[in-house]
Design a protein around this ligand. Structure first.
Ligand code: F6R
Length: 364
């Protein structure tokens, strides 16, 4: 089943162009370049507030979704991890939409949060991979991803497919709320459809990433920095690294560095900076310079323009294709997954079955 791949995780990373295209094919209509969601028996345009709840990698996908939904649809989004949300029992907005994101559709805390929201009269939407799962059955609106079975314990292809659905949902919400006109919708569709090819170009850098993994493998701690939607990507990168290589890693909002974590910086703590060129690039680069001024070793992940401007003096750089900011989180997922994967190979850990972890967490 692994085919020519050494690990399921590696296979699933390389499947992403295909499965993201598969997922997108059910959320965009090529013919008229519109975003399409499954039938629903409630009025999407009446949604004034949203709540997103998930765990782990699915939670980070949700965080990216929050940036998109607030930016495009101007609908405020609350987001929390399920284990906090369910015991916090937060008051919920009237007529709110609660969205649950789960690869398995069975995660105990996420399911409990879903049932809480249902009991509170929220409309329930669920982005899940397993179509026969409990969450899929209990949702009012099922938004399936079409990633196929994910075997590796560390989630990879489910994450990028979740992002694809979230981008479509954000755009659809913007359209029905009148914040996005036809031309803008077509542009979003066009960029989304560019994602599979961009994912392929990102995968082309597998060898470069393999070649630099030995620079990260000896580290005890690694920091990941990003801004805007790349902030959750920093946290996702850190999670992948800790899960499979057992290196302590943290994802931080670039601008938050100077409020504490900068004290950790020395030549032994590699700092991975996720910074596609775009409106937030300069800001992140200036945070990166603060790290460098303190002797920090930087791995910059950016596109050619970004690397030309800021790549000099870095410990290593990873070049990504130049993409529209909308699809950058999908594309930049690839280098952080591959980096974790190759560091784990250098360390000789069990990539598909990391210690202490289970694929589906059905106990709280
Ligand atoms: C990380 C990972 C976990 C899951 C989390 C939620 O690589 O796999 O953090 O993302 O346990 O699982 P689902 O999405 O099945 O609810």
């Amino acid at each position: 089943e692994r085919g020519n791949y050494r690990h399921f995780m590696q296979k699933e990373i390389f499947e992403q162009p295909t499965v993201v295209a598969q997922t997108l094919s059910s959320y965009v209509r090529q013919a008229d370049q519109t975003v399409a969601l499954p039938q629903m028996d409630f009025d999407l345009s009446s949604i004034e507030r949203m709540t997103i709840v998930a765990c782990g990698t699915s939670y980070y996908a949700g965080m990216v979704g929050k940036y998109w939904i607030e930016e495009f649809a101007r609908v405020p989004v609350d987001i929390d991890v399920a284990s906090e949300f369910r015991y916090r029992e937060p008051p919920l907005p009237k007529g709110g939409l609660a969205l649950f994101i789960s690869q398995s559709g069975e995660t105990a805390d996420t399911l409990a949060a879903l049932r809480y929201c249902k009991a509170q009269g929220q409309t329930i939407a669920a982005i899940v991979n397993v179509p026969t799962s409990t969450m899929a059955r209990e949702a009012d609106l099922l938004l399936p991803i079409h990633a196929g079975p994910e075997i590796g314990v560390a989630s990879t292809k489910a994450f990028t497919c979740q992002l694809a659905v979230l981008a479509a949902l954000a755009a659809k919400l913007a359209v029905v709320k009148g914040g996005m006109d036809r031309a803008e919708e077509q542009e979003v569709v066009r960029h989304l459809l560019e994602a599979p090819a961009a994912l392929n170009s990102a995968l082309d850098h597998d060898d470069d990433i393999a070649a630099m993994a030995h620079l990260i493998a000896p580290a005890r701690d690694v920091l990941y920095l990003g801004r805007g939607p790349d902030y959750p990507m920093a946290m996702e990168g850190a999670l992948k690294l800790k899960e499979i290589s057992y290196i302590h890693a943290e994802g931080y909002a670039s601008g938050e560095m100077k409020h504490g974590p900068i004290a950790l910086i020395d030549e032994h703590v590699p700092v991975i900076v996720i910074a596609p060129s775009g409106p937030l690039f300069e800001k992140t680069v200036s945070n990166m310079q603060e790290v460098r001024a303190r002797g920090g070793k930087i791995v910059l992940i950016s596109d050619r323009e970004g690397l030309e401007e800021a790549g000099e003096g870095c410990l290593a750089t990873i070049e990504m294709p130049r993409v529209h900011p909308l699809i950058a989180p999908l594309v930049y997922a690839v280098p952080v997954q591959l980096l974790a994967y190759h560091v784990a190979l250098v360390k000789g850990t069990d990539v598909d079955q990391p210690r202490n972890l289970a694929k589906s967490v059905t106990v709280e």
